[in-house]
Write a protein that binds this ligand. Structure first.
Ligand code: SF4
Ligand code: SF4
Length: 227
């Protein structure tokens, strides 16, 4: 899932200060799980803003809405009526959600309330770690299910840098060296030959920016447009 964390309150408040009617829009998916932008966080932030603007004796009208997803037009459309009466939108979704909200309501000012951090997993309660950089050319099949582009501090594609110390990364001694982990895993599985030959550099053609996927099954079923 996508991991995010709330921006500092003062930064958010500064963005909203020129406006009076503010709609805080949460997202019920990834950012809700990592406690950055779900319904509860929307409520807390809205209350904090009301109190803080109240102390400044600034009149504001703050409303709240939490959509199931902000990365899906269908859900964004559900707030069209509410958006009409606002001067600006504060989105607590990931960067993709904020941009889609801004595109859908292009006549309104839209601000982000969170910093989007990475694609990760929930390793323990309240602990999320990065696992994928969405490179578009996945090599987990040959690296024992461990991504060196993400978990090696230097993102090395073809084996270790040589600086590893007792299985730990030279850059951060708290972390295991990704390539040691890959080696150990492949050795256990009897697949070490897989990393004996050099792989070509990452195929950056597959990492088109901005990425785009047009799934043929959806095209067939819904005669989707050519956007
Ligand atoms: S190789 Fe690329 S797609 Fe696969 S996990 Fe690593 S970053 Fe993600
Ligand atoms: S020590 Fe290992 S994880 Fe750290 S940068 Fe070198 S190869 Fe990557």
């Amino acid at each position: 899932m996508i991991i995010a964390s709330r921006k500092p309150f003062e930064e958010i408040k500064k963005s909203l200060t020129p406006y009076q009617n503010i709609l805080v829009v949460g997202c019920g998916t990834c950012v809700a799980v990592c406690l950055a932008g779900g319904k509860k966080e929307v409520g807390l932030l809205a209350s904090q803003l009301k109190m803080s603007f109240g102390i400044d004796q600034k009149k504001v009208h703050i409303t709240e809405e939490t959509l199931e997803r902000q990365c899906d037009r269908e859900f964004l459309e559900m707030i069209r009526d509410k958006v009409k009466d606002t001067d600006c939108l504060l989105s607590l979704a990931c960067g993709a959600g904020v941009q889609f909200l801004a595109e859908t309501y292009s006549e309104k000012a839209v601000f982000p309330g969170v910093n989007t951090t990475f694609i990760g997993v929930a390793e323990a309660a309240g602990l999320w770690t990065e696992r994928c950089r969405a490179c578009g050319d996945c090599l987990l099949a040959v690296t024992g299910g461990i991504c060196p582009r993400t978990t090696c501090t230097k993102g090395l594609n073809n084996g270790p840098c040589g600086g590893m110390i007792e299985g730990k990364c030279e850059v951060d001694p708290e972390r295991s060296c990704a390539w040691v982990s890959i080696y150990d895993r492949l050795a256990r599985e009897g697949r070490l030959t897989q990393i004996e030959s050099m792989r070509p550099p990452a195929d950056f053609r597959r990492r088109t920016k901005p990425g785009k996927v047009h799934h043929p099954a959806y095209l067939r079923r819904y005669h989707a447009g050519s956007k």
